[in-house]
Design a protein around this ligand. Structure first.
Ligand code: NAD
Length: 476
């Protein structure tokens, strides 16, 4: 379904016309998206401005020059740490001066290491750095704040100060969303500093085009084999994607295959044809099953063991809606939704774990929804199933961390699929516009977020729910 405003907004003369006529018409900015699989030097030719004297200097030094960025900073400690690595990668670190805030040169990203902020007065750094530089942010640019989770604070003042980063980031995201730019907050637990790289690669790149105004926690909970290949990162990995015949599942299967994985594509027996087509195109294996069948767990586990000796990454994507207000809802509509969207995830995952089919350092990613976070009229069954996925994710993450298996959920907002094309026009328009980025996302945006969760380097992210919602105002 075409978004007319987004299409019109791609034409400079229409943007000019709307602006000069002073029309109160939102013109969403087309979001830059990656053209292919991930590359190591994803910041090649781009400039980033960095500030803050926190605990993440070494992690930033590991990442920025290697990713190809030119770094500008006024912080002596950062200049020294990043500078020590920059030469090896032929990159430049240059002092950030007052003239830079006046310059018309646009920068790709603004990064603030706020992990050392301990008192409310310290928050002034947020004001000065972003006040001076936010105008320099390019269209489709990135803001990333790095902080500590307030529940790891050692003083009351520190907890209050750390808590403030959340509201600041969400508000800034709304201010810069009109130019297709995003702002996100990374909350790094003490001891997890060197695990932040995968998160930064995702949030600083166009892979996270539809992720904004979100906090994401990084911990040292799950054991980590410290492998971080950034090109073909999923080579040798076996992946199961449920609901892979179309929509988000198909986009995810394609994305994971493009990153080197062998994908076992699962869908219902009646979808054998589109499923086999997808599997053939990506060199994967088709597998037909109804995930809500009580035998499905064992069937899937046996097939994965027989064909591939096991599985490394499981993406629970298959899902249905059976919308009705509660008083009008049929029992079957309730049961199908709970069984497919929630009970099947539980049952299949438990079977994969019990049979040993899910290997160490594995990844489990399940599809939740912002309806599961905010609730939605006519979706008591769907929202219950999708918030159930969040409960499942948080609990299981604790049980599997010793084996290095991470468990996360993705909560998409308004994504342009056949599901949302069927929504009445006014509701569809509201779904698109009531967000920081003012538009719907694409299945590939969700696929990129799932791929990020599936990486070996994402071991620091577990028990998390990441919204891929363009900064939707619902449930924010
Ligand atoms: P879709 O309807 O296009 O695709 C869902 C796939 O799941 C289909 O191929 C379907 O055949 C398969 N499936 C359904 N029941 C199954 C079963 N019992 N066994 C095996 N396969 C089954 O939906 P989509 O929009 O791509 O959504 C994918 C997931 O993302 C769902 O879990 C959905 O709830 C979630 N989600 C989507 C949106 C959105 O805006 N599209 C928003 C939030 C969450």
């Amino acid at each position: 379904m075409t978004d007319l405003l987004l299409e019109l907004g791609k034409r400079p003369f229409v943007r000019k016309l709307v602006a000069s006529a002073g029309l109160p018409m939102p013109m969403p900015e087309a979001l830059p998206r990656p053209k292919g699989p991930s590359v190591e030097r994803f910041l090649e030719g781009k400039t980033v401005r960095v500030a803050g004297e926190g605990a993440l200097g070494a992690a930033l030094a590991n990442l920025l020059p290697r990713a190809g960025a030119t770094t500008l900073t006024a912080t002596a400690a950062l200049a020294a740490t990043i500078g020590s690595k920059a030469e090896a990668y032929g990159r430049v670190v240059r002092p950030l001066t007052a003239a830079d805030s006046e310059s018309t040169d646009k920068v790709h990203a603004l990064i603030l290491d706020a992990t050392a902020l301990a008192r409310p007065a310290d928050l002034r750094l947020l004001y000065t750095f972003f006040h001076d530089h936010v105008r320099s942010l390019a269209r489709g640019g990135r803001v990333v704040l790095l902080g500590r989770p307030s529940d790891t604070a050692t003083t009351l003042a520190q907890a209050a100060t750390e808590g403030a980063l959340d509201g600041f980031t969400r508000s800034l995201a709304k201010e810069i969303g009109g130019k297709g730019a995003t702002a996100n907050l990374v909350l790094v637990e003490p001891g997890a500093e060197m695990r932040v790289e995968a998160v930064l690669r995702f949030l600083l790149s166009s892979a996270s085009a539809f992720v904004t105004a979100q906090p994401l926690r990084v911990s040292a909970e799950a054991s980590w084999d410290n492998r971080d290949p950034w090109e073909k990162p999923l080579a040798q990995k076996v992946v199961l994607v449920t609901g892979a015949a179309r929509g988000i599942g198909e986009a995810t299967a394609r994305m994971l295959a493009s990153e080197g994985a062998h994908v076992v594509c699962l869908d219902r027996p009646e979808d054998d044809e589109p499923l086999s087509h997808v599997a053939r195109e990506i060199g994967g294996t088709p597998l037909t099953a109804d995930v809500s069948d009580p035998e499905a767990g064992v069937q899937i586990a046996l097939e994965l063991k027989r064909l591939h000796g096991g599985v490394d990454i499981v993406v629970h994507n298959a899902g249905v809606t059976r919308d009705r207000t509660l008083a009008r809802m049929q029992e079957s509509g309730w049961d199908q939704t709970i069984n497919i969207n929630l009970a099947a995830i539980l049952h299949i995952t438990e079977t994969l774990l019990q049979t040993g089919a899910l290997r160490d350092n594995g990844r489990v990613v399940s599809l939740s929804s912002i309806a599961g976070i905010a609730g939605n009229m006519g979706q008591t069954n769907y929202a219950a199933s999708k918030s159930g996925v969040i409960g499942f994710t948080r609990y299981l993450a604790k049980q599997t961390k010793a084996r290095g298996i991470t468990v996360n959920a993705i909560a998409p907002g308004f994504i342009e699929t056949r599901m949302t094309a069927a929504v009445p026009m006014m509701i569809r328009e509201a779904g698109r516009r009531l967000s920081a980025l003012g538009q719907g996302g694409l299945p590939e945006d969700v696929a990129r977020a799932i791929t990020f969760m599936a990486l070996p380097g994402s071991a620091g992210v577990t028990g998390q729910v990441l919204r891929v919602c363009g900064g939707a105002l619902i449930g924010a």
